[in-house]
Design a protein around this ligand. Structure first.
Ligand SMILES: Nc1ncnc2c1ncn2[C@@H]1O[C@H](COP(=O)(O)OP(=O)(O)OP(=O)(O)O)[C@@H](O)[C@H]1O
Ligand SMILES: Cc1ncc(CO)c(N)n1
Length: 268
């Protein structure tokens, strides 16, 4: 008997040649979590553990064509967006997402861990006005919250105000990631009615390339499997926490999280 297809999840994001973030991280997280991962490439970066050496965006037409190929034939149970590079691509992707019934996880990627820009400043307004309103869950880090809303988070106490400011831009849920604060790795999820604090011990591991992409893809994978948003985010947080604990050195800089951490045997 032919087996049934697993849930299908689409990432719309940039390629990281080093394999730690972007499309590559997304597909690895999806494989680890048991869904079929598919990709719409928006941009190609020359990137490694030391930073981003170059970036080239694709024409909007190429992004639209990839999306149509996947959605019209294969279908999707969840979509995740990452690096969108420019206002033109943000608008093109928002337009496509406005037509889907599948849950959408928007990771409003602004800069890489090394501070390299992955989104033109001129695209911020399109992210606010067009992209975030299509999101079931938006997953900004603290830099992205500041750029998008003007709210600066200095401590955990500021997270509720930050999450409310993100919600005001139109996503159904806001997941503000406090990964860049000191102390525990605390994130806040809210839809304006329910509030969930997600707390994990901070791992003293500098090899954290790809944390944000991995978390957002894991949320999309869990939503595709049928979990509701709070359940999906809790499962994704547990997965990314394990992946960060197992992050490993690679190249001369910041190594990646380990997407396959659940399968490693001791010493393997
Ligand atoms: N050292 C750490 N130990 C445990 N959890 C962490 C650590 N650093 C980040 N996290 C968690 O990882 C997830 C991703 O958060 P983070 O703030 O790093 O995202 P990001 O800045 O968007 O990532 P990226 O740099 O890949 O874009 C969050 O759940 C955060 O709390
Ligand atoms: C292509 C790409 N997307 C997202 C990130 C997140 O930082 C990155 N470093 N590279």
């Amino acid at each position: 008997m032919t087996r049934q297809a697993p849930p299908r999840v689409l990432t719309v994001a940039g390629s990281d040649s080093g394999g730690g973030a972007g499309i590559q991280a997304d597909l690895k997280a999806m494989l680890a979590l048991g869904v079929h991962g598919m990709s719409v490439v928006t941009a190609v970066t020359a990137q490694n553990s030391l930073g981003v050496q170059g970036a080239w965006e694709l024409p909007a037409e190429a992004v639209r064509a990839q999306y149509r190929s996947v959605v019209d034939d294969i279908g999707v149970q969840a979509v995740k967006t990452g690096m969108l590079a420019s206002a033109g691509l943000v608008e093109a992707v928002a337009d496509l997402l406005a037509g889907t019934d599948a849950p959408v996880v928007v990771d409003p990627v602004g800069v890489s861990k090394h501070g390299d820009s992955l989104l033109a400043a001129s695209a911020l307004e399109a992210v606010r006005r067009e992209l975030l309103p299509t999101a079931t869950v938006a997953t900004p880090n603290l830099d992205e919250v500041a750029r998008l809303t003007g709210v600066r988070v200095e401590s955990e106490d500021d997270l509720p105000r930050a999450a409310d400011a993100v919600l005001a831009l139109g996503p159904r849920w806001a997941l503000v990631k406090g990964g860049h604060l000191a102390g525990d790795a605390v994130d806040l999820l809210t839809d304006g009615a329910a509030t969930h604090w997600l707390r994990a011990p901070r791992h003293d591991n500098r090899h954290t390339h790809g944390t944000g992409c991995t978390l957002a893809s894991a949320v999309a994978a869990e939503l595709a499997k049928g979990l509701d948003v709070p359940e999906a985010v809790a499962a994704a947080k547990a997965y990314v926490t394990g992946a960060i604990a197992a992050g490993f050195p690679l190249g001369g800089g910041i190594g990646p999280v380990d997407h396959a951490w659940q399968r490693r045997r001791p010493g393997g």
